[in-house]
Design a protein around this ligand. Sequence first.
Ligand SMILES: Cc1ncc(COP(=O)(O)O)c(C=O)c1O
Ligand SMILES: [Zn+2]
Length: 443
Amino acid sequence: MNNNKFHLHCTQCGYDVADFKEWFEYMQKCPKCGCAVVDVQYSKDYSALKDMIFSNGSEPKNLWHYFDFLPLNNRENIISRGEGVIPLEQWGFLEKYAKEKFGLSIKVHAYRNDLNPGTGTFKDVAASVASSVLKENGVKEFCIASTGNIANAYSHYLADAGISIAVFVPNDVLKANEAEVNSYGQKLFKVKGDYAAAKHVAAEYSKKYSILMSGGNVDPMRVEAKKTMVFEWLRQIGEVPNVYVQALSGGTGPIAIEKAYKDLKGLDLVDEMPRFIMVQPSGCAPMTHGWEKAKEDKFPEGWLFDYPIYENPITKVPTLATGKPGTYPIIADLVKRSKGEIIEFNEEYLVDIARAVAFENTVRMGPAAAVAVGGFFKSLNEGIIKEGDNVLVNVGEGVRRAPDFVEEMMYTTESVDSIEECERFDRSKYREGLWNRIDKMFS
Ligand SMILES: Cc1ncc(COP(=O)(O)O)c(C=O)c1O
Ligand SMILES: [Zn+2]
């Protein structure tokens, strides 16, 4: 197929990989230097992007609204469930809290990935692009290592594309995640060990059968998909908030935001990248620990390569359990350039966060999303969020695959024998208790 639409530009040696056919032929590495990090560049004039973002009247149906700047040639190959056009909601109750407790006037937006129609997480856009590109290139078998959510999204979308995927997950994967992959008739290999072990076996499977494996956090299919969130923020609120809060595992989010900024360069729509506040769960926070040490030592030479590796991390949020964070040098550099922070949030408090959010606005989040919201509260307490900031919290997932977490959220049940024991109630009486628990987290 003749592809004049885009090419993959090697960030190391500058070689231009012509298309995904060549990219896949060389097992997703630059044929000249072996580098796995490429920038997708498009031949269309980038000013067209501005028109797409601000196209008045036509409501996007999915992320393929940005088709001209996504790495697919033929629209007929699109696999979509309507993902990527989720709302950016203003959460007034968090603004009110910041004002009352800290005297700060800030804006708070939540990016509702729980509303993605595919599998209800922030991985749906990546799976839509990957399944479409794989279909276009005639791929029939694929494999992936995952802590859970990406496995699910790929299982769903690749099934739609008629592609088989072998999924390698660590031992502590959430049962409901495992079940969902199974339910689409995709193969799940549960590897004895942690995510690093699952990655290792997946890589061997890929090699043994010459089956393509998902390229992880720098995979151009994933990065191109996720960059569209920046276009969506611009489309929806006309600007990119100056602070971005996200739960951190491998860090595709910030990598994709930077790519969006490259695409938008010269269009006069954005200036500086947002400050990245990346949040890890306390049970698995190697990037936070590397970052804190570097900060303490005033970022000495080689600091980007000095980070701990945690084998078999024990965490309540297995979705974020990247104990061996190979992308740390990329993420930590990005965070530093953005003047951001990598913090951790005590996972004992995740349920309290999720309860307060569900009470105030009926949005129910999964544990990984609660890590991000918890990080927001911690940032307020530590002065990382400042007067006048416009904060975007990436709510990465809903509760769909975390039934245990939903059960933990219960607090109103009372067992009774008869009407004698049933008193009338006013739900607002719960409010104070819920917020007291949040105040106490940091005292
Ligand atoms: C809900 C949710 N939030 C955040 C993340 C972290 O994503 P990344 O670090 O790749 O940007 C994940 C990854 O699994 C996730 O599922
Ligand atoms: Zn190269």
